[in-house]
Design a binder for this molecule. Structure first.
Ligand code: TXE
Length: 482
């Protein structure tokens, strides 16, 4: 059994306790990781501090950091097929979705590699004889807690920005999906000073708090659930350090009667079945105009019933859920939804021949659910779409904004006034008009309103997460006044 080592202070190390990593498509154990001890986490933070403050790292020029990231992007592309298979087996997602993730990761390293020497400060006019400079410095030790749904993408998006800006990075991969983060660690290990990039593994509930409450870290980037986000933020509060939090959503797709119905049907379906609905920005609610509801929903049901579900490597429309815990939670919710009469298609676990230990369920649509019901309010994180109906623009907006979340929204209308007005009123960090996802858009700021999080990732704006501002005022005098 392959034991995945951690990378701490330039050494490959294992911990005392091991945790199994399974392929969600087969249920088989494919690797084991260590559950890092507190002493190992302390050692990583100590090594990061030494590395961050070393002359060696200070002397790396910004463009050299950038070049390294761009080389990593090239390396990822050269090994794209191998890495796609790793991600496919680790997460269970269809191979072509894993391929898209690998390409997105390469794009992050390339984008932030190119940006590394373009992170600039400013000067402020004050008076003659006083030069005032705003300088952007790295924050120091940045901790990155990565979830299991898009491991390589989410590792890449924050790690690339943090290295570009000159920080020392500690990544904690999710216990279920460490493989591609380990592949990145293998490539970076001998190319950066030891301690600048470290990879810690282990159970979030054990290892997470060792890291997030450590008094010598300077920033935490966390993607995951709201309760764990709250715990991370509380730990950060004890040390007064900033956090960037991305905490998922219950994102709406609002479809008006004047939409291009074909496009909307495809967009709404893809938004909830991608990665089996285990996507922070999944379009989990369909908010549909009453006049077209019946025909739209019946066409959607047909599309859902035609979807093919199976192991990641078969590269069908949808793979399994991640693990037994997610499977048990979601099938339990669906059983109750069925008993309550909400399930209009799907709702059942799926047995795939030859893969009876995989965590498969049917793509599901729920109708008749009250907008205040947990099924319309809470993140299910599976291929489950909840339908809500509106009869006025105001009602559509109120429904879209009726959850605690606000990550993403889709608006489908061919009326420019309607589409723009709704986009201006929807509480969401990203709004897509007549599309959903804008092809991943690594250049576009991404993050949530309300409980969907704090701060923004992706794009140039994310570089600011990993810098702090210093203002330097320099007095100079003309020759006769020295
Ligand atoms: O999440 P957790 P889980 C949501 C989704 C899912 C639910 C539960 O609704 O059904 O969360 O999933 C690490 N300190 N999302 O239990 O607990 C853990 O190791 C520090 C949405 O997996 O939030 C993992 O790496 N870290 C989401 C990561 O946090 C801790 C993606 C996420 O775990 C920790 C994932 C702690 N105390 C789940 N406890 C999205 N926004 O896309 C755990 N972790």
């Amino acid at each position: 059994m392959k034991k995945i080592p951690m990378l701490i202070n330039g050494e490959w190390v294992h911990g005392a306790a091991l945790v199994d990593v399974r392929n969600p498509s087969t249920g088989e154990v494919i690797a084991q990781i260590s559950n890092a001890s507190k002493a190992q986490v302390d050692e990583a933070v100590r090594a990061a501090r030494v590395a961050f403050e070393s002359d060696d790292w200070r002397q790396w020029k910004a463009y050299e950091r950038g070049q390294l990231l761009i080389e990593l992007a090239h390396y990822i592309r050269m090994h794209a097929e191998e890495w796609s298979l790793l991600e496919c087996r680790d997460v269970g997602k269809p191979l072509s979705q894993a391929r898209a993730d690998i390409e997105a990761a390469a794009r992050y390293f390339e984008f932030y590699g190119g940006a590394a020497d373009k992170v600039m400060g400013d000067t402020i006019p004050i008076e003659d004889g006083l030069l005032n400079a705003v300088v952007l410095e790295p924050v120091g030790i940045t901790v990155h807690i990565v979830p299991w749904n898009y491991p390589i993408q989410i590792t890449a998006r924050s790690v690339a920005a943090a290295i570009a800006t000159g920080n020392a990075v500690i990544v904690k991969s999710a216990e279920d999906t460490p493989l591609t983060t380990h592949a990145i660690a293998e490539w970076l290990a001998d190319k950066l000073p030891k301690g600048i990039f470290q990879h810690i593994t282990g159970l979030g509930r054990d290892v997470g708090p060792y890291l997030t409450s450590h008094p010598d870290i300077n920033h935490i980037t966390f993607t995951g659930s709201v309760p764990t986000g709250i715990a991370v933020m509380k730990a950060a509060a004890e040390n007064i350090i900033p956090v960037t939090l991305e905490l998922g959503g219950k994102s709406p797709n609002i479809v008006f009667a004047d939409a291009n119905i074909e496009q909307a049907l495809e967009g709404v379906m893809r938004a909830i079945i991608q990665n089996a609905g285990q996507t922070c920005s999944a379009g989990a609610r369909l908010i549909i105009e009453e006049t077209v509801k019946d025909s739209f929903v019946s066409q959607l049901v047909e599309k859902f019933q035609a979807l093919q579900v199976g192991p990641g490597e078969a590269d069908l429309d949808m793979g399994p859920l991640l693990n037994e815990r997610q499977f048990t939670k979601i099938t339990g919710l669906l059983q109750q939804a069925k008993a309550d009469g909400y399930v209009i298609t799907g709702g059942e676990p799926l047995l795939i021949e030859g893969y009876d230990k995989g965590y498969y369920i049917q793509p599901t649509i729920l109708d008749g659910v009250d907008s205040k019901d947990p099924l319309a309010q809470e993140e299910i994180f599976g291929p489950v779409l909840t339908v809500l109906t509106f009869s006025s623009v105001e009602e559509a907006i109120a429904l879209a904004n009726s959850t605690d979340y606000g990550l993403v929204a889709g608006v489908w209308s061919q009326n420019i006034d309607t589409a723009h007005f709704v986009a201006s009123r929807v509480q969401a960090g990203q709004v897509f008009i007549n599309n959903y996802g804008a092809a991943g858009g690594i250049q576009m700021p991404f993050g949530g309103y309300k409980k969907s999080g704090i701060g923004r990732e992706k794009g140039f704006v994310a570089l600011r997460n990993y810098t702090q501002m210093k203002n330097i005022a320099i007095r100079y005098a003309p020759p006769n006044q020295r």
